[in-house]
Design a protein around this ligand. Structure first.
Ligand SMILES: [Zn+2]
Length: 75
């Protein structure tokens, strides 16, 4: 009897798994570019280190790798 319960549980789990796989829509790629795409790099005006434009600190037309270099170049 215990064996039957195990079989039933496995069958139910398998049925649910199949149902979820079938009903779940495939993940839609909404990004215009993959996350691993090379980023636009800018050089720090103070030390020359290249940092992604999104992480660089801009001061006018110049970019800096950190707030410290931005502050040092501002004076
Ligand atoms: Zn720097």
């Amino acid at each position: 009897m215990k064996f039957l319960v195990v079989i039933l549980a496995l069958a139910l789990g398998y049925a649910l798994w199949r149902h979820q796989r079938r009903s779940a829509p495939p993940p839609v790629q909404r990004r215009t570019s993959p996350p691993a795409a090379p980023q636009d790099m800018v050089a720090c005006a103070r030390c020359g280190v290249h940092v992604p434009r999104s992480e660089a600190l801009a001061l006018g037309t110049r970019h800096y790798c950190c707030a410290e270099h931005q502050r040092q170049d501002a004076h």
